[in-house]
Structures are given as C-alpha cells and as structure tokens.
Design a protein around this ligand. Sequence first.
Ligand SMILES: Nc1ncnc2c1ncn2[C@@H]1O[C@H](COP(=O)(O)OP(=O)(O)OP(=O)(O)O)[C@@H](O)[C@H]1O
Length: 466
Amino acid sequence: MNEPWSKEKKWFLSEVEGLLGMIPFPMLVVSVEGKVLHVNSAAEYVWNCPQITLFQQSLGQLVDSALLLETVRKGKPVRDLAVTIVDQSGKRLSYLCKVHPLYVERVAEGAILQFAKPPAEQEREQKRRNATRYSFDDIRGSSPALLALKEQGRKVAGNDSTVLIRGESGTGKEVLAQAIHSSSERAGGPFIAINCAAIPESLLESELFGYEEGAFTGAKKGGKQGKFELANEGTLFLDEIGDMPPFLQVKLLRVLQERRVERIGGAVSIPVNVRVIAATHKDITEMMMTGQFREDLFFRLNVIPLYVPPLRERKEDLYELILHYMKKFGERFQKPPKRLSTEAFQCLQRYRWPGNIRELENIVEYIVSLETGDLVTVNSLPGSVRERLQEAVEQPELPQQTEGRMPGIDTQMPLEKTEELLIMHALQRFGQTTEGKKRAAESLGISVATLYRRLHKLQRQQKFSK
Ligand SMILES: Nc1ncnc2c1ncn2[C@@H]1O[C@H](COP(=O)(O)OP(=O)(O)OP(=O)(O)O)[C@@H](O)[C@H]1O
C-alpha cells in the first residue's frame, strides 16, 4: 500500500510546480522511460493542448527525436539539441532542447527538458510580427487622386500626429498606414495592427490594454502585454475604429490623452510612446452626429484626416494595378506573361469594383491561375464580374438616371422634393428591408444613418409610411 504523502513532500511538489509555472519556456520533466511527470503552462501553448493531455503522452509522442530519448536514458546533460516538436494537430516545429539529468543516488532517474526556439527563428518571428511590408513606392497608381494622397502621406509621416484614414473596404488604408510608419522616424520600431471589428468585445479590451495575472478567469500566468505596450516606440494601427464599443472609446480616449495605459487588474499606469493611426470604412462623422461615436474621441483621432478614394473613382490606376498583379501572380504560379485584350480591359473599366483593390487582386489571381492561353479575353473574367456588368447594363446606376430622365423629376423642382422622390425611387427599386435600405443608401451616395434620418423626417411630415 502507498504511504500517505508527508507534508514536506507535498510542499516540495507544490514548490516545483510553482517554479515551473513561472518559467516562460516550455518545460517537461520526464522519467528515464520517457514518461511525462511534470509540464509547465508554457508547454500547453507549444503543444497546443492542456497539461492533462500532455501527462497522458510519452516523450516519443511529443518530440520526434530518438537522440533525445537516448540522452535522457543515459543521463547526459546536453545544451541546444536540435529536436522537432510535434503538436496536437501534427504540426512539426523546430526547437532547441536543453537536457538537465536528474540523478537519485547516482542513478539517472529522469530529466528536466527545456525547449527554446532557435535564435534565427525567434528573430524572424519577431520581425514578421512587427514588420511593415509597404512603403510609399509600393502604393501603385498614378491617378491625380492617388498621387495627392501619397504626397499628403509623405508629409504626415514627418510629424508624429494622430491620423484618421477613411475609405471603403479594400481601398488600401492599411497599406497607407504602413507606408506612413515606414517613412517616419518610428520606422525602426514596431508596427502593430489590431482590427477592432474582428475581435469580440470581451477580448478587445485585454488585447488593447493587456492584463495582469489573475485579472479574470483564464488570465495567463504572468499577465499579458496589450497592443499599446507592444507598439511602444512604434505605431499602433487601429483598424475599423468605427466598430469600437462605447465603453472602450472612453478608455481609448484616456490613453490618448495621458499617454499611459493601465492593464486590466493592474494598479500601475505604464507610460507608452506610441503614434496612433486609425482607420474606418464607416461614415464616422455621421456616427458622431448620431451619438454612436464619441465626439471627443473623434476630434482626438481626426488630427490629420486622410481619405483613400474607391477604385471606381480613380480608374486611371486600374491598368497599372492589373499589370502589377499579373506580374506578381505570374511569378508566383510560374506562368508565362499574359496580355490583356482591349475588350477585357474595357469590361474591367466598366466594372464598379465594390471590393476595391482587394477584389481586383483576387480577380487577377483567378485569371492568372485559370487562363491557359497567353491572351486574357472577356471569357477569362470570372462569372461574377460578367454578371454584374450585365446587371449594370440592364439597370443603369441612379446618378445617370437622375439627369431629368427619372420619372417624376423635373429640373425646376425644389431640392427637397427632388430628394424625396429620389429616396422613394431608390426604396422602390431595392425594397424596404434592412438590406434594401442599405443598398438604397449606397445608390444615393449617402450613409444608412442619413437615409434613416431623412425617412424619419418624411414620416414626421406624413409623406411616407413605414
Ligand atoms: N495602391 C495599392 N497598390 C498596390 N496594392 C494595393 C494598393 N492599395 C491596396 N492594395 C492591396 O489591396 C489589398 C487591401 O488593402 P488594405 O488591406 O490596405 O485595405 P483596407 O482599406 O485597409 O481594407 P479594410 O478596410 O477591409 O481593412 C491589400 O492586399 C493591398 O496589398
């Protein structure tokens, strides 16, 4: 029968576990047979599974290295043994292992194993995480609008003011933010981006401001740095700022004013030297007027406003961008260069590009990967583009219809009446569902919030029923 554990042994064990937990490197304690006896929490992240699962596995299952097993069995101390870690999903990762043998009465009984990433890998990962990929030279296009924007961007890069970039999705707002960072005095520092719309509200706070150990259930041992701290001496890019929930807007404003952050559950405020560049595709002025975005925060962010126009308003850039992406994907897929037929180019020029440059990039990738000939014709274009062109021919865009040709509108009519008719026409065309109203607002060139305000006004005047 097993002896009950003495108090000393229990104390000793909890001390070992405590010490292991404080070490940021992944650690395993194994027996000479390769049985896993202890695991620290850093190991969970590397093997991508909970400690309890790691206990049930043998060293041979976790690390693909016969030499490591042999070293443990012989009780040999080793530094920097190159091994391959196999994580829960079967992914193989290169690590260096330090083996510290454990002897009891001169007999090797097991070993402590400490794993670390090879230095070059660590450096590469750090660079990958923080590096910018774009400079102003990578921003393609020579339309007057884009050239003016690049000129403004270059000037802005020279000072340290907060920038607010507006523009539709896929127009290149992040590319511009990266270019500003790369040309600024902070270029040697990190560029940290966070998309406020992509992270659940509950996590966004800790992602931005970090947390201290024990701040909430599930908080990592040792706490975590937030993006503000990570961007210290560099630039923090707050993408989709219009999606930031109101309670975080208050907190963000405070950090921007005081230039200090307080981690969740923390008692000290940490000074941060960060330039903030924010971006949004939403009509943030409208959001401010309708109370969805704090006015004080808006003015704090909007020190230097920049606007990236949609691709349909700078079609002069189209040809250069197509050539750029044809070259890029041609090289990637190792395909010979292709030519673009005049008709295909005219089609692409007529297209409205709702997804902007991101969509253009995807379409060129599609063409280059699927077209086997060396000439890109209209038939090489994706069905979605051809269908939308067809739609555009059948249902010309509203602005073209408004020039005296739309039923019920004459050019002598008062502005208010014209507006009312345009709104009703758009709603008849797109329907009164939420999606219909969204498309109606888009076709009228106004935001959804403006459309709703106009509708409320018409309802008050009883000119329009819900
Ligand atoms: N002028 C440009 N020249 C070359 N590539 C560009 C240019 N502008 C944008 N791109 C490319 O288009 C894609 C979308 O750009 P980016 O992510 O900067 O857009 P965004 O406006 O920030 O989009 P979102 O609002 O959806 O975050 C990227 O792959 C980027 O490389």
